[in-house]
Every structure is written in C-alpha cells, then in structure tokens.
Design a protein around this ligand. Structure first.
Ligand code: NDP
Ligand code: OXD
Length: 307
C-alpha cells in the first residue's frame, strides 16, 4: 500500500512514525517527495496536487478533514472514490465545542459577560433545559453525535436533514418543506451542514426571521453558509440574542470586521474540531483495509448530492 500525504508537515511526521508501527508494510510518502507517481495507491490531502493524472494507479482520494467541498471534482477522474474523514477524535472535539456553546448560550453567558464588563451585578431567571428547544441542522456523523449529550442534559432537541432520522429523544424534520416548522421551534440553532450548492448562504435574514425572537445561533458548518451582514442585523434588532461563530468567509476575518468586537458574538478561529493524528490514521487505515477487502468505506462522498 503506497500512501502519498499532502497536508500539514507536522501531522505527516506523526503519521509516518505511527504507520511504521500500525502498518509496517505501507510505504508513506510526504509531498513533495512523491517517488514514482504511478506507484501511489492512495492520496491523503486537504488540497490534492493540481494534476492528479500522473498518479495512474490512484485508487482513492481521502480528505484530511470532515469536509470534502474544497476539491475541484471536475479535475478528478469521475470514478475515483473521494472519502471524507470520520474519526472519533474529530467527533469528540465537535461534541465538546457544541455542548460548551449550547450551555453557554442556555445559561446566557454572553449577557453575563457583558454585565461583568459594565460592573453590573444582576441575576436573570434561569430557564430549565427541558424548556430550551435546540435544533441541529445537519444530522450526519457530527450532528447526530452532538445531539446525544444534549438529549442527556434534558434539552428539547430536534434535527433537520435531507432525509428523516430516528434518534431517541430527537424530533426529526426533513427537507425544505419542514424547514420552517423546525426553525420555529429552535431557540438555539446549530449549523452542522456541509457546504453544497443548496446550503451556501442558507444562514440569512429570511432564515433568522423564522426563528423565535431572541433565539441564538451556533455556526460550526462552513463560512460560506452565513451572511455576515444579515447576522449583524439580526443581533442588532434583537431577533437573535447571541451567536457563536467558528467558521467565516474569509478565514481569517479582516482586522476591521465587526465580528471581532460585537458584544453578542463569540468568535473562534475554526477550531471547533480537528482530526486527531492517531485516531485519524487508524480510521484511514481501516477504510483502506475495507476498500482492499471490497467492503464499503465510511464517508464516501456522493458527488451528485455534493457531500
Ligand atoms: P455528514 O455528511 O455526515 O452529514 C451531513 C448532514 O447534513 C446530513 O444529515 C445531511 O442529510 C444533511 N444535509 C446535507 N445537505 C442538506 C440539505 N440541503 N438540506 C438538509 N440537510 C442537508 O457530515 P458531517 O456530520 O461529518 O460534517 C458536517 C460538516 O461539519 C462538514 O461538512 C464541515 O463543513 C463541518 N465541520 C466543521 C468543523 C469545524 O471545526 N468547524 C470540523 C468538522 C466538520 P442526510 O443525512 O439526509 O444526508
Ligand atoms: C474539517 C474541518 O472539515 O476542520 O475537518 O473543518
């Protein structure tokens, strides 16, 4: 098995050492040292090299991240499997971040931090979790995982996806026809959608207007899904009370962007979750082994639906 890795060099060094233990038969090459291009079986990258046609024996392209929207599919052979990363380290990171953000919003931390800055000692009535309606857009590998602890904490949970789901304690809404009903019952809205033609710009004024007044947003999907000016308008009008934003377009934001200092907005630099070197390598190897046994791999992108 010949693997060519083209991504962060530090993770590459960790993977090279681990691979020697876990799969000593594997040949691991780090970009730009590609060796004999025709011998590469698997390419692991965030961005593949411009010309992949030199890898005449290529069997699959793996994304180092959960997203696979960054690839130029027109430049890839049409039948080349493209696989996104599903691994427990990345999932746990997202569960931690979203749980933290939901609890922070539920307990009104943006409001209390603002009060602290103004030296105001003022308590507001606390709402029980069972009365707080949380809605997750995108109930895939990550969306389903973040819902589990939220159900356990007692939140009133729902998910919105393309196809209906059956998850204990979670009301399922599916497709464009049920989006309005889902939004109308989401006090805290979490976006965990992949970026596709259908989800680009989805977090906009029209969507915010369908949320209960004073709702909050947690945006951990992709930057291009969120209209910044519409979010600022919704925060300033009180339609939204607060927002936690981890992904933006562009990244990083320019120095004079209003998100840096808006009192009702928490901004983090796309760190909600990251693949962890050891568990990600194990997941990659498991997928390669499945492929070589003729079994379906986890996370194969369906190109026509865009994720
Ligand atoms: P999955 O592909 O497993 O899940 C995607 C979910 O979105 C599915 O439930 C799918 O519905 C739903 N969906 C897709 N398109 C639509 C649509 N048009 N309308 C309604 N629902 C839709 O992805 P993951 O859970 O693994 O990851 C989700 C995204 O999270 C990634 O694509 C990435 O953008 C983001 N991410 C962000 C990170 C960060 O640090 N901020 C880190 C990792 C990922 P169905 O189930 O019916 O197919
Ligand atoms: C990913 C990400 O897709 O870091 O893994 O956003």
């Amino acid at each position: 098995m010949n693997i060519l890795y083209k991504s962060e060099p530090e993770r590459g060094r960790i993977w090279a050492a681990l691979l020697a233990e876990l799969a000593p038969e594997a040949v691991f090459r780090q970009w730009p040292d590609i060796g004999e291009a025709a011998e590469i079986d698997y390419l692991v990258a965030w961005q593949p090299p411009e010309d992949v046609s030199v890898f005449t024996g290529l069997k699959a392209l793996f994304s180092v991240g959960a997203g696979a929207e960054q690839f130029d599919y027109a430049a890839l052979p049409p039948d080349l499997p493209v696989v996104r990363m599903i691994e427990p380290g990345l999932t746990s990171g997202m569960v931690e971040y979203v749980t933290f953000a939901v609890l922070g919003l539920h307990r009104e931390m943006p409001r209390y931090l603002q009060q602290q800055r103004n030296r105001r000692w003022l308590a507001h009535p606390a709402m029980p979790a069972a009365k707080r309606r949380v809605g997750v857009m995108g109930v895939g590998a990550l969306g389903e995982a973040v819902l589990k602890p939220l159900v356990q904490l007692g939140f009133d949970c729902a998910g919105w996806s393309r196809t209906a789901k059956h998850i204990a304690g979670v009301a399922s809404f599916a497709g464009a026809a049920q989006l309005g009903a889902f939004l109308a019952r989401s006090d805290i809205l979490i976006c965990l959608l992949p970026l596709t033609a259908a989800t680009e710009g989805i977090l906009n004024a029209e969507l915010f207007s369908q949320l209960p007044t004073g709702a909050s947003l947690i945006q951990v999907g992709r930057g291009k899904q969120l209209n910044h000016q519409h979010l600022l308008n919704a925060l300033d009008s009180g339609q939204l009370a607060a927002a936690v934003v981890d992904v933006t377009e562009p990244e990083p934001l320019p120095e004079d962007h209003p998100f840096w200092h808006h009192p009702a907005l928490w901004l983090t630099p796309h760190i909600a979750s990251q693949a962890q070197p050891e568990s990600a390598l194990r997941a990659l190897l498991e997928n390669i082994r499945r492929f070589e046994r003729g079994e379906p791999m986890h996370g194969v992108v369906e190109r026509e639906r865009g994720y």
